[in-house]
Design a protein around this ligand. Structure first.
Ligand code: ADP
Ligand code: MG
Length: 388
């Protein structure tokens, strides 16, 4: 079989010249779901699936972008007075370029070739990977090195404003700050993190249900509104709170009567989920994976029963996971209504887990799940040509 050309060769064939190459990983969230937009805590890890961007400078102020996955080209003129989103893949890289410029990082024109191993729409955040890899590539070749927290914020802003998806900052943050063998306990208000070792004896197994229910984005926005309402009402009796992050379980229970039943359930998920992230971090600090697994099981139940963002397929996949050997914990990960589950599995049984899960899930649903055995990976970086 003929060898697949490398990204350097493909870049030369398309644009000519020698590019610089950058890569940024996808991620999975171990615990702390729907907490990022509540100023709370989450615990994502970058994973060994990367988006690669090869870049070279142009003499004009145009961006010429090619996506290998879409086999499609797109152009943008950085000097154009108005930029309209195209509602296609190119809004991600173009949106990032516009945010960098708006933040005062004047860019040089560039040829960009994008290629990604992060499966799209599988809950591994291919969107953050393309944003972050593009941001690093554009900033670097224009002579800028904005700090990484700033870059994460600009990438998030691009997705919020130009792509039009109201996402929190977790994905971009972990794609930029990921560390090999570590999960990050992320404080989404302070934008600081602690790296916590995931021992080699444990694998992160990501299992895609292969369904994405229509509800996903409308319900996501509704949950955000529910949380805002909870804060508005609680602030009347708890002056000074800014987000559910500021509310303790004891306070929430004491003031349950100011909330409707539904809003109380939503708030109860967020408040207890934050506490679970803190306890999971403690578990990792003391190397207690079993305790971490218990918090994952509770997180899933809370997302299912209180926050009500799970679905039949996710619940089934989690139930099936607990029937397998070597499982410490399993839960839905990401926004919900489909997407993937995250499973913490004893490394010795990860292969068997993957095989048996695939069979069992297919038997119940007729769907063939994609299952990935991962370990925490390094965040975004330039790639030297000798590594390509
Ligand atoms: P997720 O981030 O969970 O994978 P999203 O819907 O947030 O799913 O982002 C997926 C979108 O990101 C794709 O539909 C596409 O527009 C864009 N994207 C991701 N990877 C690439 C790529 N390699 N080339 C072009 N666009 C990409
Ligand atoms: Mg995404």
């Amino acid at each position: 079989m003929m060898r697949r050309p490398t990204i350097l060769e493909r870049f030369r064939a398309r644009f000519g010249g020698d590019p610089r190459v950058y890569r940024a990983p996808g991620r999975v969230n171990l615990i702390g779901e729907h907490t990022d937009y509540n100023d709370g805590f989450a615990m994502p890890a970058a994973i060994e699936f990367y988006c690669w961007v090869a870049v070279s400078t142009r003499e004009d102020r145009k961006l010429s972008i090619y996506s290998e996955e879409f086999s499609a080209a797109a152009d943008a003129d950085l000097d154009s007075a108005s930029h309209q989103p195209s509602k296609t893949w190119s809004d991600y890289p173009v949106g990032v370029a516009l945010q960098l410029e708006q933040a005062g990082f004047r860019l040089r024109g560039a040829n960009l070739l994008i290629e990604s191993e992060v499966p799209m729409g599988a809950g591994l955040s291919s969107s953050a990977a393309i944003e972050v890899a593009t941001a690093l590539a554009l900033a670097d070749q224009s002579g800028w090195s904005p700090d990484r927290v700033r870059l994460a914020q600009l990438c998030q802003k691009a997705e919020n404003e130009f792509v039009g998806a109201r996402v929190g900052i977790m994905d971009q943050f972990v794609s930029l700050h990921g560390q090999e063998d570590h999960a990050l306990m992320l404080d989404c208000r302070a934008l600081t993190f602690e790296s916590l070792l995931i021992p080699d004896s444990v694998k992160l197994v990501i299992s895609n249900t292969m369904v994405k229910h229509e509800l996903a984005s409308s319900e996501y926005n509704r949950r955000r509104a529910d949380c805002e309402e909870a804060v508005r009402r609680l602030a009347e009796v708890l002056p000074g709170i800014r987000a559910l992050r500021d509310v303790s379980l004891e306070q929430l229970e004491r003031h349950q009567d100011v909330l409707s039943e539904v809003i109380y359930k939503r708030a109860l998920h967020i408040v207890t989920e934050n506490a679970r992230v803190l306890d999971s971090a403690e578990a990792l600090r003391s190397g207690d994976i079993a305790r971490f697994g218990m918090r994952m099981a509770e997180s899933h139940r809370s997302l299912r029963d209180l926050y009500e963002v799970s679905c039949r397929e996710l619940d089934l996949m989690v139930d099936l996971a607990y029937q397998q050997r070597g499982v410490f914990g399993a839960r839905m990960t990401g926004g919900g209504f489909g997407g993937a589950t995250i499973n913490l599995v004893d490394a010795r049984y990860a292969g068997e887990f993957k095989e048996k899960m695939a069979k069992a899930y297919q038997k119940e649903t007729g769907l063939v799940p994609q299952i990935y055995i991962c370990k925490p990976a390094e965040g975004a970086s330039p790639v030297s040509s000798s590594d390509l």
